[in-house]
Design a protein around this ligand. Sequence first.
Ligand SMILES: Cc1cc2nc3c(=O)[nH]c(=O)nc-3n(C[C@H](O)[C@H](O)[C@H](O)COP(=O)(O)OP(=O)(O)OC[C@H]3O[C@@H](n4cnc5c(N)ncnc54)[C@H](O)[C@@H]3O)c2cc1C
Length: 473
Amino acid sequence: MTITCDVAVLGGGTGGYVTAIRAAQLGKSVVVIEMDKLGGTCLHRGCIPSKALLRSAEVYAEIGESESYGIETTGVQLVFPKVQRRKESVVEQLHQGVQYLMRKNKIQVIKGKGRVTGPSIFSPRSGAVAVELEDGEMETVVSANLIIATGSRPRVLPGLEPDGKVILSSEEALTLEELPASMIIVGGGVIGVEWASMLADFGVQVTVVEAAGQLLPQEDEEVARELQRLLKKRGVKVLTDTLVDAASCEVTDTGVTLTVRKGEQSQSLAAEKLLVSVGRVANIENIGLENTDIRTDKGVISVNSNMQTNEPHIYAIGDCIGGLQLAHAASHEGIMAVNHLAGEKLHPYRQHLVPRCVYSRPEVASVGYTEKEAKVLGHDVVTGKFPFSAIGKAIVYGMKDGFVKVVADRSSGDLLGVQMIGPHVTDLIGEAALAQLLDATPWEIGEAIHAHPTLSEIIGEAMLAVDGRAIGF
Ligand SMILES: Cc1cc2nc3c(=O)[nH]c(=O)nc-3n(C[C@H](O)[C@H](O)[C@H](O)COP(=O)(O)OP(=O)(O)OC[C@H]3O[C@@H](n4cnc5c(N)ncnc54)[C@H](O)[C@@H]3O)c2cc1C
């Protein structure tokens, strides 16, 4: 059977389903082709399930600290299968929501594996999608425009291939029914750090092995140092500048052993389980790109600033084009693609203005350039910094670790970046992102009145600190 529509979306993850909704809003007839579940990685194997587990870990940790709030507890018990059931119900609630949005916007969803075809009798130009349905039948979707949003999967390190039992990727880790006593985490990026923080809160012994000189290698050095200090305080062993010798990995009766090396020194690590979190690989194989003139570069689909591939009627968005590989980046790119194909005015996409968040305890968030990046770009940099320990509400909350750092250009006064570590900074970063989008200067943001007592006061103070005008420290 052949289905025709204005816009076909290959992949119904965060990028894909948001793209579809925007296209429907613009009056287009839309088909989404999804081989698994609407919501993709973010909803089923990424953002949402991991944050649901992190929330349980946070509650558990806070109960452990309850005496400092004057609350004595007894008989507290962590029942991990129940933690998993809560996670599943959060995911399912949102999954239902996405399905409802498809119905509400009259978007046709086809469950099956899609492959882009070349020119044929159905479609004189490449870009139709042949869909293999679950029952083995085939359907063809012919559209004026195609948006490829096939996402990504965990990168596998040769020698440390996940077996789903002892060696895990983030996908298997999310479905553990029992917590291990100990875990080695290979990779101290966002996923590795979130897992380290969560497992530490659940009482698991954690060792993080990171090849770079700091955790979160893309983030500000001071933030990474503070994070490492705070994780260590909670018992997490962090090994930076350290390489794993994958060939040495052995699965034993009790777990896994692995040799790691820092310079000339090597040491053997042992744990019940090992999590490999060393990045993501774009899903660009077996989707028919060879039938098109679409170009790829370093494993991702190449697009221009409108998200168009080398075939102008075919767009690509989200993790399959690389870049930041974040859910909100994927949906923004999808909206841009649809706005472009519909002839709407586009605002230039400035990737450094995409907020980056880590949901560890404490959280980390940033937007714009770090001090180091700004210097490399040739700015005469001035910074302002303010600690949470001088913010009333942080003390009331018992969460006074961390700080906000503002990076600005000394001569123009332009705001170049904001980095944060501390309580609820993943929510606070929105103000900094808006400020940068609107080209506000630190002085202007400092002039905005922040309510007292709120955590947001720290943003005003850190902005004022750029000119040495912070009040509370
Ligand atoms: C553990 C973890 C935690 C994360 N946490 C965060 C976070 O807190 N915040 C954040 O912003 N990002 C987070 N991410 C990243 C985020 O999940 C991704 O950036 C986001 O899902 C990308 O969306 P996407 O639509 O490009 O791809 P995906 O969500 O991967 O969706 C792609 C979809 O395409 C489908 N598909 C692929 N090939 C085909 C085909 N041939 N035919 C039909 N369907 C196909 C797949 O089944 C999938 O549903 C996290 C990721 C992980 C792994």
